[in-house]
Design a protein around this ligand. Structure first.
Ligand code: ZN
Ligand code: FE
Ligand code: FE
Ligand code: ZN
Length: 277
């Protein structure tokens, strides 16, 4: 089984294409499942430049995913996901939104430290006035909080803070081990997210060093491209699958109606890759 659980669409205003183009690309690659996991709508104009409105979710995105799931049934399984921000103070709203919608899985993302959208190129200069070790520590603390929140099934890109190539000076092994323990304890998994390879850091999320700790801690893995362009569906999956074999006992977590099961990951065979749309 092979899945891509992390994809976007033009509705979030920083991605290209309709969900159907992502699905067709996934079919072309021979994936078994594709998850539509657009950025969650948020209340009060929160980061509205990077997401659809609640009205758009209800009137456009949710029905579109349903329609495409039915249209492509038998050719690929379309899952209903969402990439939900973890932002202290908004938990109750997010919990309500999740309860009111029938997701197969919820991906939890830390994109903010306080009001700083640290993964936004527009605010990258903020790295310069800060102690990089403190930034990393605050980031992993937020990831632990997100794991404890009980909101999510999957922790997204769990070392996103490295996106622009800023590296900690201190050894953060113990901090990361605590973070992975928290993930394990809360019975959720992390994704191998290939989009880091397409960012300035040019490295998978998470790093191999973190995957090693995740493996030692018994953290389960799943898989996503975080495609913001249909052409990025399944990007670098051969590398990601190798990592799943090495650090995930060759198994991935898959979700139906927020119930997790573990299945062996399959290879993206040359034959499958050749059948590209
Ligand atoms: Zn995005
Ligand atoms: Fe994200
Ligand atoms: Fe994403
Ligand atoms: Zn993401």
């Amino acid at each position: 089984m092979i899945v891509d659980y992390h994809t976007h669409t033009s509705l979030c205003k920083h991605a290209q294409g309709d969900a159907e183009e992502y699905i067709l690309r996934a079919i072309g690659l021979g994936l078994d499942e594709i998850g539509c996991s657009e950025h969650i709508p948020m209340p009060g104009g929160f980061d509205e430049k990077h997401r659809m409105s609640l009205e758009q979710y209800q009137a456009v995105y949710a029905p579109r995913v349903t329609e495409l799931r039915d249209k492509y049934r038998g050719r690929i399984t379309v899952r209903r996901g969402i990439e939900a921000d973890f932002f202290p103070g908004t938990e109750a709203w997010v919990r309500g939104f999740i309860r009111e919608n029938d997701f197969d899985y919820v991906i939890g993302s830390v994109h903010f430290l306080g009001s700083w959208g640290f993964d936004d190129m527009v605010f990258v200069h903020n790295f310069e006035n800060r102690d990089i070790d403190e930034v990393y520590e605050k980031y992993f603390e937020a990831v632990r909080q997100s794991a404890r929140s009980g909101l999510f099934d999957i922790i997204a890109h769990c070392d996103l803070v490295k996106k622009f190539g800023h590296r900690p000076k201190r050894d953060l092994t113990e901090n990361i081990r605590e973070t992975m323990k928290e993930v394990r304890k809360n019975n959720i998994c992390i994704e191998i997210n290939t989009s880091g390879l397409r960012k300035p850091v040019k490295e998978m999320y998470p790093s191999e060093a973190i995957l090693k700790i995740a493996h030692e801690t018994g953290v389960l893995l799943t898989l996503g491209s975080d495609a913001h362009d249909p052409g990025d569906v399944g990007a670098d999956f051969p590398k990601a699958i190798e990592l799943i074999e090495r650090y995930g006992n060759g198994r991935i977590s898959v979700f139906v109606g927020r119930e997790r099961s573990e299945v062996p990951v399959s290879k993206l065979t040359a034959g499958k890759a050749l059948r590209r749309a």
